[in-house]
Ligand binder design. Sequence first.
Ligand code: GLU
Length: 475
Amino acid sequence: MSVVTRFPPSPTGFMHIGNARTALFNWLFARHHGGKFVVRIEDTDRKRHSEEAVEAIIRGLEWLELDWDGEITSQFSRLDRHAEIAQELLKKGEAYYCYCTPEDLEEMREKARAEGQKTFYDRRWRDRDPKDAPAGIRPVIRIKAPLEGTSTIEDHVQGSVSVNNDQLDDFIILRSDGTPTYMLSVVVDDYDMGVTHIIRGDDHLNNAFRQKIIFNAMEWDVPEFAHCPLIHGPDGSKFSKRHGATSVEEYREMGFLPEAMRNYLLRLGWGHGDEEIIPTDKAVEWFDLKGIGKAASRFDFAKLENLNAHYIKIADNERLLKLARPFFEHTPGLTLNEEASRRILEDMNHLKDRSKTILQLVEESAFYARTVPFDYTEKAQKILCDGAKEVLETLCTSLESLESFTAENVERICRETAEELSEGKLGKAVMPLRAAVTGTTVSPPIFNACAVLGREETCTRILAAVKWLEKSEAA
Ligand code: GLU
């Protein structure tokens, strides 16, 4: 049997993290088995439908690099086919017309409520002669659900789950206006798309019992099911905006890498021994339904950041710069021109070691993309005072006459200046240098940063700091 999995999101406007994990599991399972991963947009709710919402899902899948097979299916475009199956079920005697009026239904509802029943429809049209049909009523079509016994689903995550059939009513498959219900559409689409495995959130477990009735009635093979526990927030309640970002796009905007996101989402609900770092090729090799956890997992932002830090460390430097570019463009005061790009690339190994997200990478490398004069942070301003002027001027003079402007030589000059002016206390030379060159008090290794900037730029920055210092002293 060739495996076919599916991802059938309802376009809600964004791709929820939980949906992304479902997509990932289905994708991994299909790729592991050399099967197919198909995408279907469940877009039958036309009142709320928008193309932008569909695009948000596609962008999410593309960003996560979860490629799908074949064309994306629109459920809405297949309504005729779904209605056709309702008719077929009718012909097979597995479904029937129900002519109940809203008043009839209300009456039944009340009776069921009073009797504490789980279902309310009393199946009054199930075996009635259609000749009894009242005039002027457009009927719905209902499925004949089993009347007795229990229904069981052998779920790959939940185990064997049974319900008493008295909890499954003869639900509607075709409305009186001729449109199919969601329950019918899903089954017909899954069958027509050849879906063999349904991996989804356990909020759909109840639906599975109803969907199985339709599969059985059509004598179609029932797909395998794996219903995964939903994702919870750190406090144990269902993961929601209250806990932080819930949409995939927000994580991209915060500077997470897709491979880190995949690794994190995989571990959020699936395990392979103690492995935490699972690159995608390993994930494809190892993924199975057995590894899906039975308990809900809690979203852990720190863990996601640590994984992202790992993937940033091993990422290609040019790629990181490319990913950082839009962030630079959106930050006033930063210009990522050719020279700034060269500097950042040259120092990337230090910069990426210090960054958990692309956003942090941009913060760490911002000083390479500034032009003199620039602002100094409050802490840097405190360092640029009193004795700093002499230190900076001495440093500048020595640096200007350096034969070769390397990190080692910049360090030597700093040491010599510290010997000369501050009893050998290196910090007294390094701190003003860092403040002058980067505008801050934290930076990647500063001697190297000076070497990357080059003699001219380093000295320009030092002199600009001296000028700033003089001005602020005079004020
Ligand atoms: N459209 C449903 C959702 O977005 C998924 C239904 C299914 O997986 O069967 O929750």
